[in-house]
Design a protein around this ligand. Structure first.
Ligand code: CAA
Length: 392
């Protein structure tokens, strides 16, 4: 197989974490992935093991329980995990780039010690609660309210489609503290899942990433101590958006992993499967699909690794990497969908059967075009950044 120039950009440390994630995914996740998907069961045991391996806090400094590596290392590891199972990839990405990143970037020293240390080391699970039943893309239009009463905020409202929701120990929750100020009246909080008034809904039944546990949350007079406010009052929407910039790089890496899995299975199959007396890869209709898949994957890789490097640079300069993150997520998720579609088509009946993981790649790919901002939202973000116009 052709080796690409990117390989030379990677340090020994990058190769080491990529190899470790590849080996772990093959040895520990591959044997159970189909079963957890079928049973729609959260893979708690493998998730804890991923924590022990350092995969739940790759960019978190070692003193806070993480692996102390860079964003490219995170992307490489997440790509390998997602190549074997996208549901494990989702769980990993929420812990790393939504939960830990939010607290490491905007949290106090105490918050980092209390919440990042257990999540980064795999002892606890984190989640991020922004979406509501009546506000998804229009995230600022939330109804959940937090009212300050002395040393606590009293939280009331509902959140929807919360990844890790049924199992998470800790949640980043966004709520309106001053509705008259619109998005500037939103505040972020760290909420513990066992506090009185915190109610979890039933696990959603989904098309794909079925082993990841998604649910609604309800808050009925949940009292949040003031020290659990993340950032300042009114800063919540900017925190939500900045954290999603990081999250979108994770989803791009996940999508890249799904696309590669679909591609690798197809590349092998077109050489083995015979029709009309020759390998099906010798038919142009099939061979050209392989060419398209490979080219799109390498373009998606370029955008995804570029976004990782942009985020790494931003750690020093403080610049935003919104454009790079949105372009990577947009293109990589559409690449995952294309490659999963092509893989099913190439495998024919076997691609449609549950005997092979191809149909799972197809079901899992779709979510990458939806969560952490739909493809349409990524286009809106990119167009706004490029033109300076406020398109909606
Ligand atoms: N970084 C920092 N600040 C940002 C920012 C960013 N990336 N993007 C916007 N902001 C700031 C703006 O500068 C602006 O600041 P001011 O208050 O100073 O004016 C403020 O935020 C408001 O920005 P906009 O006017 O652009 O806000 P908008 O209401 O027009 O919304 C949007 C923009 C892009 C549509 C945004 O709402 C959005 O991204 N929507 C999609 C939401 C989303 O991705 N949801 C996914 C849910 S999470 C999930 O899926 C998790 C899971 O469980 C896996």
């Amino acid at each position: 197989m052709a080796r690409l120039a990117f390989e030379h950009l990677l340090s020994d440390e990058h190769r080491m974490i990529r190899d470790a994630a590849r080996e772990f995914a093959q040895e520990v996740i591959a044997p159970v992935a189909a079963q957890f998907d079928k049973e729609e069961r959260f893979p708690l045991e493998t998730v804890r093991k991923m924590g022990e391996m350092g995969f739940m806090g790759i960019e978190v400094p070692e003193e806070y329980g993480g692996a102390g590596m860079d964003t490219l290392a995170y992307v490489l590891a997440l790509e390998e995990i997602s190549k074997v199972d996208a549901a494990h990839g989702t769980i990993m990405s929420v812990n790393n780039s939504l939960f830990n990143y939010a607290i490491m970037t905007f949290g106090t020293e105490e918050q980092k010690r209390k919440y990042v240390v257990p999540v980064a080391s795999g002892q606890a699970i984190g989640a991020y609660a922004l979406t509501e039943p009546s506000s998804g893309s229009d995230a600022a239009n939330m109804r959940t309210r937090a009212v300050r009463k002395g040393d606590v905020y009293v939280l009331n409202g509902r959140k929807a489609w919360i990844t890790n929701g049924t199992v998470a120990d800790y949640f980043i929750v966004f709520a309106m503290t001053d509705p008259e100020k619109g998005h500037r009246g939103i505040t972020a909080f760290i909420v513990e899942g066992n506090w009185p008034g915190f109610v979890r809904g039933k696990q959603e039944e989904k098309l794909g990433i079925r082993a990841s546990a998604t649910c609604e949350l309800a808050f009925n007079d949940v009292e949040i101590p003031v020290e659990n406010r993340l950032g300042e009052e009114g800063q919540g929407f900017k925190i939500a958006m900045a954290v999603l910039d990081a999250g979108r790089i994770g989803i791009a890496a996940q999508a890249l992993g799904i696309a590669e899995a679909a591609y690798e299975a197809s590349r092998q199959y077109v050489q083995e499967r015979q029709a009309f007396g020759k390998p099906i890869g010798e038919f142009q209709g099939t061979g050209f699909k392989i060419a398209d898949m490979k080219t799109r994957i390498e373009a998606a890789r370029a955008l995804t690794y570029n976004a990782a490097l942009a985020k790494e640079r931003a750690k020093k300069t403080g610049e935003r990497y919104t454009l790079e993150a949105s372009m990577a997520k947009l293109f990589a998720s559409e690449t995952a969908m294309f490659c999963a579609w092509a893989a099913v088509q190439i495998h024919g009946g076997m691609g449609y059967s549950r005997e092979l993981p191809i149909e799972r790649y197809f079901r899992d790919a779709k979510i990458t075009e939806i969560y952490e901002g739909t493809s349409e939202i990524q286009c809106l973000v990119i167009a706004r950044m490029e033109t300076g116009l406020r398109m909606l």
